[in-house]
Ligand binder design. Structure first.
Ligand code: HEM
Length: 88
């Protein structure tokens, strides 16, 4: 079956920044990395720097060659979208 993908603005992504509920965005794709944390070669602490936010810059600075798409396929939650503008 095809999982439902969410559309999340930064304010929603921010709600998932704990070790037992860690979501982060890379290249506008949002991943739940909770299960991957203990396996990150750079350590949990490093990876948690991107928890609840857009980690693209940190990721590109450390290992732009790593294929997230392939590694985190099963962790994909949805897409990062711009914050809705409530001023109309
Ligand atoms: C190392 C994956 C996010 C910091 C690595 C390596 C992989 C990996 C495969 C080993 C690379 C190699 O040896 O060539 C991932 C994945 C990420 C992610 C799948 C996204 C979920 C991050 C973030 C940071 C980070 C956001 C920084 C805040 C590091 C560091 C190393 C590393 C510093 C080097 C560790 C060392 O060589 O001692 N990561 N990483 N990673 N990662 Fe990540």
């Amino acid at each position: 079956s095809v999982p439902q993908l969410l559309r999340l603005p930064p304010s929603e992504l921010k709600k998932h920044r704990k070790k037992n509920d860690a979501w982060m965005a890379f290249h506008n794709m949002v991943y739940n990395v909770t299960a991957y944390l203990p396996f990150h070669p750079g350590g949990e602490k490093e990876l948690m720097r991107a928890a609840g936010r857009d980690g693209t810059k940190l990721f590109m600075e450390t290992h732009s060659w790593v294929n997230i798409n392939n590694m985190l396929d099963k962790c994909l939650v949805g897409f990062l979208i711009p914050e809705p503008d409530d001023n109309g």
